[in-house]
Write a protein that binds this ligand. Sequence first.
Ligand code: ZN
Length: 409
Amino acid sequence: MSASRALLIVCDGLGDRPIEALGGRTPLQSAFKPNLDRLARHGISGTMDPIAPGIRPGSGPAHLAIFGYDPFRYYTGRGIFEALGVGMEVRKGDVVFRFNFATIDEERRVIDRRAGRIREGTRELVQSLNDIRIPGVEVLFKEGIEHRGILAIRAPRLGWRVSDTDPQKEGLKILPCRPLDATEESQRTAEIINDIVDQAIKILEAHPINKARKAKGEHPANAILIRGGSYYEEVSGLQERFGLKGACVAGGTLYKGVARFVGMEVLEVKGATGTYDTDFRAKFEAAARALEDHNFVFLHFKAPDLAGEDGDALRKLEVIERIDRAILGIEELRDTLIVVTGDHSTPCSIKTHSADPVPILLSGPGIRVDGTQSFDEVAASRGGLGRIRGLDLMPILTDLLNLAAKFGA
Ligand code: ZN
């Protein structure tokens, strides 16, 4: 007997390091998680270097690798994945950036990188930016969440290797966009971006929404900070490459964007956000339903990474327990290969991503059960799967679904 479909659960930033306050254990080791432990007992475990040993992965490249797309080949920058994640229509050759609305003073010094975390009026502000005119170039803006948005530029022969204008720190001036290589294409893109930044400041400064914000003593959104330059190319999707009809259940736009990039259907689930307040159970139930008409479902939980970046080990432990409760009944999914892993470690002790490998388990019909008793970093390191890379996962998964092509005769 073997599985005919797969559910891949990625708990963002899941892996951790020993924490003194937890008696030298990780949050995952300390959490009460009977459902995950049962999957491990009935499955095969191992550890995974999402990109390669010693490489600290960003979430975008890590997910590309897990979906079977070499990040060194396919990852240009975050902008394009954010654009796809908010449903922006992009075309081959578009150069895409993320931007923040920000507050600057007369000398272009950044006072507030998020313009007071502006929420209201951003749609109108973004619309006003569509008045920016650059001869021979299409300039497209789309609003994102809160103070964030997407900028795409469309023209022949554009480069994407250009620097950010976001100085990343308040008190510093907006940076000029510079080419990061010696090509004419990148030079041209940098000039276009600098022109866009100038025009945006003029338009935003005069906008009634900002005048009203100033009158109320709020920070005006009088500038945009640009980062994450990237390039869009169409790739063959999971269906074509692996015979997988994919669906994605995620809250964060980056994850939806990567899923769309590789050809998954992105499901909108009520209450699913990329935050602590997400409806964990609604997401699991949506993923379980999606398995009825997809043979590959990707379910993403962001909360462990947020807790890791906050350095809050107890909170990380608690969100792992919430994920465990949310997947109650997972073993009743018939004919389903269940994979649980992370996209990288986010140790609470360093509050950022690390290269520590993540635990991974595969459970379902046809699996060689390896005797692992619990799902955690240490138990998994002794498991029968050994230590794999992110790019190994799809070949292993499609083989277990009997979809893999034979190598040679
Ligand atoms: Zn991540």
